[in-house]
Design a protein around this ligand. Structure first.
Ligand code: SF4
Ligand code: SF4
Length: 167
């Protein structure tokens, strides 16, 4: 499985991931409506929930209940959902096609060159994306479309499956 090697000490210092101020967006896809139909690689080993947590700047925050509060580690590490494993690469649906883009808000995005993220995106395309069945990928369209943000920097287009895609 492809897991981007974001250093644990950087995440502990940053602390943005796995915490969400708005549960309807920016959460793991597995906890949003429609998550049941996701391909298995986008689902966690057990259902994921959100629990109230401590925010920064007095913002209300919900925390994924697979996150350990003291170690800042994911209980599913290595088997966590594909959208979690890829971050700060993000699967988006833009201009009628899938692509992997880089969220430049993540501090790790500035630590490595574009070629580093292109290599990891290519690994994901070859090892996971092209092995998804043509029936599995259309289930990702709406979530990938809602995920897109203007500041995300394109890294790698991904091929559509054979057959009809939703418009
Ligand atoms: S935004 Fe980046 S550095 Fe911060 S917790 Fe998430 S992956 Fe780690
Ligand atoms: S499943 Fe793991 S990596 Fe994904 S949001 Fe929850 S704690 Fe974070």
């Amino acid at each position: 499985m492809v897991v981007l090697p974001v250093p644990g000490d950087l995440c502990r210092e940053c602390g943005l991931c796995c915490r969400f101020s708005d549960p309807s967006v920016l959460t793991p896809w597995a906890v949003r409506p429609g998550g049941e139909s996701l391909p298995p690689s986008f689902r966690p080993p057990r259902p994921v929930g959100l629990t109230p947590g401590f925010g920064r700047m007095d913002l209300p925050v919900l925390v994924c209940d697979a996150l350990s509060s003291d170690s800042y580690r994911c209980a599913f590490w290595g088997r966590h959902p594909a959208d979690c494993r890829l971050y700060p690469l993000v699967l988006v649906y833009r201009d009628g096609g899938f692509l992997l883009a880089l969220d430049t808000d993540c501090p790790f995005a500035a630590r490595e060159p574009q070629s580093f993220f292109l290599d990891w995106a290519t690994r994901f395309r070859e090892e996971e994306w092209t092995r998804l069945g043509p029936d599995e990928i259309p289930a990702l369209v709406d979530l990938a479309r809602s995920e897109d943000r203007p500041h995300y920097r394109p890294v790698l287009p991904l091929p559509d499956p054979e057959g009809q895609m939703p418009s």
